[in-house]
Design a protein around this ligand. Structure first.
Ligand code: HEC
Ligand code: HEC
Length: 206
């Protein structure tokens, strides 16, 4: 009991200090609360910054360096008329599937997109659970194996919706400067992913 009341007391003291700070300092107007510099209670009058995207057609765009090693590359070209991707219409494949990419001068879809990284669980008659696929890495002494099952040239369905991970770059000026530097091991990584060869890095593979 004594212990609890001590904690309660110190929490009360802490909240007094916090409230004290909030009321004694100079006041902050609601216009200056957010980066958009507009009143927070007037959502209906907010004029959003106009966002534009590149108009360069595929084949005319300049590749954008990767945000960090093995980050999904940003789409450097216009996606007008190419989105939305639907069940029956995925134009991205027509230029990026490995067998056509070279002739289209587009980056081929990498080998990681032709693999199922989820283990396929199979229940045996004795009730035992078997995970199918090749173990490519063992984490935590084998409890959380990473499985990879090749999909034999067929795009893994989890990769079908390209724009879930690859997005066009908007022409905007960031309000807050980004000080992150990716620190690539080599210049090559700025424009090429090597995830398929480095999947096991940093994990116990015996
Ligand atoms: C008409 C062919 C064509 C279509 C359709 C197309 N692309 Fe491209 N894509 C290219 C070419 C060519 C490049 C290389 C840059 C350039 O020259 O525009 C490229 C570059 C890219 C890159 C950058 C790759 C890198 O190495 O940095 C990504 C990501 C990409 N496209 C994604 C997509 C997605 C997603 C779609 C569907 C919404 C799509 N593309 C549709 C031809 C195409
Ligand atoms: C679940 C997220 C995800 C989806 C969906 C996805 N990608 Fe990727 N993509 C990535 C990541 C992450 C990388 C970088 C690491 C790697 O190679 O796997 C990548 C890399 C790439 C690259 C660069 C390859 C290289 O050699 O450097 C291309 C091109 C690409 N994806 C195209 C596509 C296209 C086209 C689709 C749709 C058919 C697609 N991706 C769907 C996440 C995704």
């Amino acid at each position: 009991m004594k212990k609890i009341s001590k904690i309660a007391l110190s929490m009360a003291a802490l909240s007094l200090i916090v409230v004290g700070c909030a009321t004694t300092g100079s006041s902050v107007s609601d216009e200056s609360l957010s980066l958009r510099k507009a009143p927070v209670h007037k959502e209906n009058v907010i004029k959003l910054q106009k966002v534009t995207y590149t108009k360069a057609a595929p084949g005319q765009a300049k590749l954008i360096p990767r945000s960090y090693n093995n980050a999904p590359p940003l789409i450097p070209h216009s996606v007008e008329g190419l989105v939305p991707i639907t069940k029956n219409n995925n134009t991205c494949l027509g230029c990026h599937m490995p067998e056509v990419a070279k002739s289209m001068q587009a980056t081929p879809i990498p080998p990681t997109h032709f693999m199922n990284f989820r283990p396929k669980p199979v229940i045996l008659p004795d009730g035992k659970l078997v995970k199918q696929g090749k173990v490519v890495a063992k984490v935590n002494g084998g409890a959380n194996e990473v499985f990879a099952t090749p999909t034999h040239g067929k795009l893994y369905p989890g990769r079908f919706n390209c724009t879930q991970c690859h997005v066009p770059q908007a022409n905007v000026k960031p309000l807050v400067k980004n000080t992150f530097t990716p620190g690539f091991k080599s210049k090559k990584e700025m424009h090429k992913s090597d995830l398929i060869n480095t999947l096991n890095q940093g994990v116990n593979t015996d």
